[in-house]
Design a protein around this ligand. Structure first.
Ligand code: BGC
Length: 830
């Protein structure tokens, strides 16, 4: 059944071979009129998917059928009570199920790869034969209105059971209109913008025939060596949970009354997949796929919360992770999949394996043969077997021998059939396969504008000594130097879906556009991103001398992070550090201002830059609109307001470096020897979590709390006055951190529990108020009970995880156990 390729899109996912970019005609829609399809306008789309007639029924249902989440015990399903239309669905699903043979049932649980290269009407005969025989329920990695329609036609016209197929794809940060990488988007600390981005990605993906995305990745990562840190939201469980929920809402569309994502029926949304369940980001040594060794409390408090948030937000699917956890590979982890995810949290979506995850149980040494791998995997709660085909091939005998109850298979098949029903595919299997919609929505101008806005919001100003930035557009000649300055593939970042380098406006092109015909922009590549070739240095230095300001664009190419792209060093690759020194020396000698723009998929250790270069901009990989967004920031048309979602270590030797660490018995104190630090580098990060500057400044008053004493089940509010004390309007991300000062198990030195990105006019003062709920003060005690304990708590409200004035309150009364209902209030919305 497989086409023989080891993994469907390794090249397009990680690095499109640079020499073979094939010019492709873009479906660029230049006129907004082109978007006026019946029921599909950009305005309605971006304003609210719920406005679509197609969604009306679903909204009514969600509004009336939603559970009273606040009173739902944590062990009870969050699935809305059955309404008449649900009952209809269940009846329908049962009737379909009753008509299926065992092989057809297992076909529904089988997902196969169809080469991403198949974009035309031609279907590989092997896949068509599988569809005809009912041996396949969904495809991964193919897209396009025409090809999906053709595949669907085989299922509907030539198979016995006539069950429509699902088409899945890794729409991670955009389908064709590539947005900033998820790590970059998290740096915006702007969940509403992130939700809009996911909505655009879903609309574009769905218009290209897709039903299901394998995103968001919600893995917490404390180790930047791990290449997949680029796909997540960084190191913090609260920020990660907010971003997880925002993305689920964006991909699936969200109901305005309940705040819970839709699962239903419109053709502008995709089923979201929270992945990879769980602790994949804790890979030992940062080496991808490696063992995760995470104590139960850390699992509960750090790695599980974003999944809980995604589940509560209504994610239709969850993907198991490749790693083992304390000796149990996740594809065999019944306690966590069936136990925590399904029973404890009441989540009832599709649990999909990660690629050959079922087969990999053999390599893990957790199954002796493929039959055992299939058996323990379905028993653990995996519903869909991606790629390995073990379910299809091995479960018939397991069922026959009574080792796997047919009821287990039926439950899994029901979940798949429900998803198909909810997508409306039983009513119209071709509804996602509209060539007209595909043309209208692919790279639609409104989507590209949204991508530019998201990109500007994701930029973090790390340093700006002496107000070097913003640069004046008319200051004379600008030298744009560096291997990434004009590298369009790198701007797309890892996992760039169906993104194409030719859609990208590079930093160089963006700066050229911004200064216009009258401006002078000089360019030198300087060095490649990865090798020791320094032959371009002389030209770079000459250009730096000749210009009036220097912008050096360095960092990591898009193929230096992402899956299977871990690094053992966090330094600038190749000779880029040397290039930076040479260009800096030239700029300095000539008295020219210099700005470094970092493009990277992970935190980099760049202490020399931090010490020497006056202005440093963190630009990650910002997608198709990298250049315009950067130019907006560099020339001050947009005042940067992003903050780091992850700490930047000074050196890889400090890893793991995360702000919410424990205090230890010997917390580090400068100048005193016998405490927890290094003798060769400071113990602090280069830039801390939450750090980010602006072209204006913000002053914080002391935080005020509504009560100095509360009961364990009480909430309280924290208010803080924030003043834009500079001369420009700007954005600040106000962050609230909490510490439980003394508890029966040790607690982190601080934990993010709230934040808000606000725009303040120059001179404006605003009071921001945050609510701390009992859940925000709770933790897992020594018996793994989720409790609030009496004692004092310290609160900070600040613009970073470092600093801020502390204020204290006390919880009085007895230790109180609370159900863990997830890190965000139920029904949370940005
Ligand atoms: C990755 C997943 C991805 C899947 C399908 C796997 O290798 O770990 O994140 O969704 O492939 O492409």
């Amino acid at each position: 059944m497989s086409d023989g390729t080891p993994h469907w899109s390794r090249t397009s996912r990680f690095r499109i071979p640079r020499a073979v970019y094939i010019p492709v005609t873009l479906h660029l829609v230049s006129s907004p009129i082109a978007l006026q399809l019946p029921g599909v306008t950009t305005t309605t789309l971006l304003a609210s998917a719920a406005a679509l007639g197609l969604l009306a029924a679903a909204c009514t249902r969600a509004a009336t059928g939603a559970p009273d989440l606040a009173s739902t015990p944590s062990s009870v399903s969050l699935r809305p009570p059955l309404t008449p239309s649900d009952t209809r669905m269940e009846r329908f699903v049962d009737s379909v199920l009753a008509g299926l043979t065992l092989e057809e049932k297992l076909g529904q649980l089988t997902q196969n790869v169809l080469s991403a290269a198949v974009t035309g009407p031609q279907l590989p005969e092997a896949s068509a034969a599988d569809i005809r025989a009912g041996r396949i329920g969904s495809f991964l990695g193919t897209s396009g209105a025409e090809v999906t329609r053709n595949l669907q036609r085989v299922a509907m016209e030539q198979s016995r059971a006539k069950i429509p197929l699902l088409f899945a794809y890794d729409v991670i940060h955009g389908f064709r209109t590539i947005f900033p990488t998820p790590l970059a988007e998290a740096a915006s600390w702007d969940p509403a913008a992130v939700e809009r981005g996911a909505r655009v990605a879903a609309a574009e993906g769905a218009a290209n025939g897709l039903h299901w995305t394998f995103a968001p990745m919600v893995d917490i990562a404390r180790d930047p060596r791990w290449g997949r840190i680029v796909e997540g939201s960084g190191e913090d469980p609260y920020l990660g949970s907010v971003m997880a929920a925002a993305r689920v809402r964006g991909f699936q569309g969200a109901d305005s009354t309940t705040g819970v994502a839709h699962k239903f029926r419109d053709t502008l949304t995709l089923i979201a997949t929270a992945k990879h369940f769980v602790a994949y980001g804790a890979a030992e040594g940062g080496r991808d796929y490696n063992v995760a060794d995470v104590p139960p409390r850390t699992l509960r408090e750090i790695y599980l919360p974003p999944f809980h948030a995604a589940a509560n937000a209504g994610a239709g699917s969850v993907m198991a992770s490749f790693n083992e956890l304390d000796g149990v590979p996740m594809h065999a982890n019944r306690d966590l999949i069936d136990g925590v995810l399904r029973r404890e949290w009441g989540w009832d979506g599709i649990l999909v394996s990660d690629y050959t995850g079922v087969m990999e149980l053999l390599n893990h040494g957790a199954a002796a043969d493929s039959a055992e791998a299939a058996r323990i995997s379905i028993d653990a709660g995996v519903d869909v077997d991606m790629v390995s085909t073990f379910f299809l091939k091995k479960l018939p005998a397991e069922v026959g021998a009574g080792r796997v109850p047919i009821a287990v298979i039926d439950s899994a098949v029901r979940r798949v059939l429900r998803a198909k029903y909810e997508r409306g595919l039983f009513q119209d299997p071709y509804r996602y396969s509209s060539v007209a919609r595909e043309r209208a929505l692919t790279l639609a101008p409104a989507f590209v504008r949204e991508a530019r806005d998201m990109a500007r919001r994701s930029i973090v100003l790390l340093k700006n000594e002496g107000g070097v930035l913003p640069l004046r557009k008319n200051l004379g000649a600008i030298a744009v130097i560096g291997p990434l300055a004009d590298d369009s593939a790198s701007a797309l970042g890892a996992w760039a879906g169906a993104g194409r380098p030719q859609d990208v406006v590079t930093p160089l092109a963006g700066i050229r556009q911004a200064v216009g015909a009258g401006g002078r922009v000089l360019y030198a590549r300087g060095a490649p991103a990865d090798t020791a070739d320094s032959s371009g240095f002389a030209e770079a230095v000459r250009v730096a001398r000749e210009a009036d300001a220097v912008v050096l664009v360095i960092g990591e190419r898009e193929d230096m992070s992402g899956e299977a792209h871990s690094r053992a060093s966090l330094d600038l690759p190749g000779v880029q550090s040397e290039l930076a020194r040479a260009v800096y020396a030239a700029a300095r000698a000539a008295g020219k201002p210099m700005v470094v723009v970092l493009m990277n998929g992970r935190p980099l250790s760049v202490p020399w830059l931090a010490d020497n270069v006056p202005a440093i901009v963190e630009a990650w990989h910002l997608g198709v609109q990298t250049g315009p967004a950067l130019a907006d920031v560099i020339f001050g048309d947009f005042n940067p307001g992003g903050k780091l979602p992850v700490s930047f270590p000074r050196t890889v030797g400090q890893v793991p470096t995360y702000y919410n660490h424990k205090n230890t018995g010997r917390p580090p104190v400068e100048g005193i020897r016998w405490n927890s630090k290094y003798i060769d580098v400071p113990w602090t990060p280069l830039w801390p979590f939450g750090h980010g500057l602006s072209y204006t400044t913000f002053a914080y008053g002391p935080p005020r709390i509504s009560k100095t004493e509360i009961q364990p089940t009480d909430s309280l509010t924290v208010s803080v006055d924030v003043t834009n004390s500079g001369t420009l309007d700007g954005d600040e991300v106000v962050q609230v951190y909490v510490r439980d000062d003394a508890a029966s198990v040790t607690r982190p030195v601080k934990m993010l529990k709230g934040f808000r990105r606000v725009t303040l006019r120059a001179g404006e003062r605003r009071t921001l108020t945050f609510t701390l709920r009992p859940q925000d003060l709770a933790f897992y005690d020594i018996r793994m009970r989720h409790v609030v304990e009496p004692g004092t708590f310290t609160v900070w409200a600040a613009g970073s995880s470092v600093g801020g004035q502390p204020v204290r309150f006390r919880v009085v009364g007895a230790t109180t156990e609370l159900p863990d209902r997830g890190p965000l209030p139920l029904g949370w919305r940005p």
